[in-house]
Write a protein that binds this ligand. Structure first.
Ligand code: ZN
Ligand code: ZN
Length: 341
């Protein structure tokens, strides 16, 4: 057999899901993501040619796939937010024909779903605080609409939007953006939350009452509350959720979506005042599309905001327990005191 020349094109290697039933762990093996562009100084930064424009800036639209959704919707107007397919997806979209429910528990199977990028500004901003409040509300309304479209597909089970802000949080490009992902299975974190909700008397009302009594409420707006959770994994971890049960963010009223935009902006503003240039992740948790009636009636969709201040080390990775230096009530007090003056 003739050895492959070093520069021969490699056949495509689509992402696959590897399932470890003993660890309860799912890992996406996605070799092609090693090729993705980066300006973060990460190991895959070789595409960041000095002087080459950022692919997310206005004027560079030809370097991304076409928009699946944009704001404003009228293509004759300049965009201020757009959602495009991720060129380096964690999951591949495609026909679901031939799959059976048993496939979902296979040790190795194709990773299927949608994986998109939400480009949140036409200009090269690196913080959401550079966007005006109305523009930031439009970003969240756009995400809600796209999640609603994903939820209407009968081959997908769950969807989220998440943000990596800063290299330590996993961002490969600095231009403000989030990612939207729809999966054909319910991830372990959501299964665990469903199980905890079913076994905890009082459910989310208990969490809300304890936050109120414990001085852990940071801010409130239009039926939503921002609070420091009882066991934060990092200093200033904050969750935003509706006070009344609401299983699906994609079904939220425009006023709730606007309130989420305003509260997320306020929390990040306060965080940046307390920890300049803070890096962080956030992710949306909502119910599985096929959640049972009881689970759907008790669930509150929520945004979990996790600052990346201390690294995850052996204890955290080995035990799923965390260590933090800041008590949650003190974190909430500092966040309340850091409101814009
Ligand atoms: Zn840019
Ligand atoms: Zn959650």
């Amino acid at each position: 057999m003739t050895p492959r020349p070093p520069c021969a094109p490699q056949p495509p290697r689509p992402p696959r899901l590897h399932h470890d039933p003993l660890a309860g762990r799912v890992v996406v093996i996605a070799p092609e993501r090693a090729e993705r562009p980066s300006d973060s100084g990460a190991a895959d930064a070789r595409w960041a040619v000095p002087g080459e424009p950022c692919p997310f800036c206005a004027g560079q639209e030809a370097r991304t796939p076409p928009a699946v959704l944009r704001a404003p919707a009228d293509p004759a107007l300049p965009w201020h937010a757009r959602i495009v397919a991720n060129r380096f997806p964690l999951v591949a979209d495609g026909p679901a024909a031939g799959r059976t429910p048993e496939d979902r528990h296979a040790a190795v199977r194709p990773a299927r779903g949608v994986h998109e990028v939400v480009i949140e500004s036409p200009t090269h901003e690196t913080s959401i605080l550079a966007l005006t409040p109305p523009a930031w509300r439009d970003v969240w309304q756009l995400c809600r609409r796209r999640l609603e479209m994903v939820a209407a597909r009968d081959d997908l089970a769950w969807a989220t939007v998440f943000k990596n802000s800063g290299p330590r949080a996993g961002a490969s490009l600095a231009h403000v953006h989030s990612q939207l992902i729809g999966l054909d299975f319910v991830p372990p974190a959501i299964e665990a939350e469903l199980a905890a909700l079913a076994s905890c008397s009082g459910g989310v009302n208990r969490l809300l009452a304890a936050a109120e009594a414990g001085g852990r409420v940071v801010a409130e707006a239009a039926g939503l509350v921002a609070l420091v959770p009882p066991a934060p994994r990092q200093p200033f971890e904050t969750w935003i959720l509706p006070v009344r049960p609401a299983a699906f963010f994609h079904a939220a009223e425009p006023a709730s979506v606007a309130a989420l935009a305003d509260l997320s902006r306020a929390v990040i503003g306060r965080l940046e005042r307390l920890v300049p240039e803070v890096e962080y992740n956030w992710w949306l948790h909502q119910a599985p599309f096929a959640a049972g009636r009881a689970a759907a009636a008790a669930w509150h969709w929520h945004l979990e905001i996790l600052p990346r201040i201390t690294p995850l080390a052996g204890f955290e990775l080995g035990t799923s327990c965390h260590v933090t230096t800041l008590p949650p009530d003190e974190a909430a007090s500092l966040l309340r005191g850091a409101a814009a003056r």
